[in-house]
Design a binder for this molecule. Structure first.
Ligand code: S3P
Length: 174
């Protein structure tokens, strides 16, 4: 079984993903790490030297490579479900969970982390807020394709296990 965490940067995909993986005794996989290892450069450098369009193509190929991970919790990149037919593909690969979070909380979390996030680099706090709000509006239709939508502003980690168990139970063949 695979659990795929989706949502905007700063929504807690990696932090929650690591916790869930440990708890479920699954492997933790971070898609951005797979991309960096494959290309031998950081995400920032890929954006800077190859551009976003090329990054999205690489990202799509890395999504295909996720079939080689069984029993894994996978943190997907923030834009991953929003290009090509990736959202549908991620749903085929496992249980997708959208970590839904408000722009205010996201800005708080992303403050100070802009150097590792090329999309937010060189923007003031106000610009980041506006940018994130716009992006969320644009991306929500894709994020909302996830099988499970979780209020990640408030949910306790433990509650995700209950949600996943409930989802599995409801979808098991009878
Ligand atoms: C991106 C999010 C990043 C990374 C890249 C593009 C986006 O992933 O894939 O910088 O388009 O939102 P995280 O959400 O893991 O930071």
């Amino acid at each position: 079984m695979r659990i795929l965490l989706i949502g905007y940067m700063g929504s807690g995909k990696s932090t929650l993903g690591r916790w869930l993986a440990k708890r479920l005794e699954y492997e933790f996989v971070d898609m951005d790490d797979l991309i960096e290892n494959r290309e031998g450069m950081t995400i920032s450098d890929i954006f800077a030297t190859k551009g976003e369009a090329e990054f999205r193509l690489i990202e799509q190929q890395v999504i295909e490579s996720l079939t080689s991970y069984e029993n894994a919790v996978i943190a997907t990149g923030g834009g991953a479900p929003c290009f090509f037919n990736n959202a549908e593909r991620l749903n085929e690969l496992g249980i997708t969970i959208y970590l839904k979070i408000t722009p205010h909380v996201l800005v708080d979390r992303l403050r100070g982390a802009t150097h590792t996030r090329p999309i937010l680099a060189n923007k003031s706090e106000k610009e980041i807020f506006n940018f994130i709000s716009e992006k969320l509006t644009e991306r929500e239709p894709f994020y909302n394709k996830a099988k499970i939508i979780a209020d990640a502003n408030n949910l306790e980690n433990e509650m995700y296990i209950t949600i996943i168990e409930g989802y599995k139970g409801a979808h098991e063949d009878r």
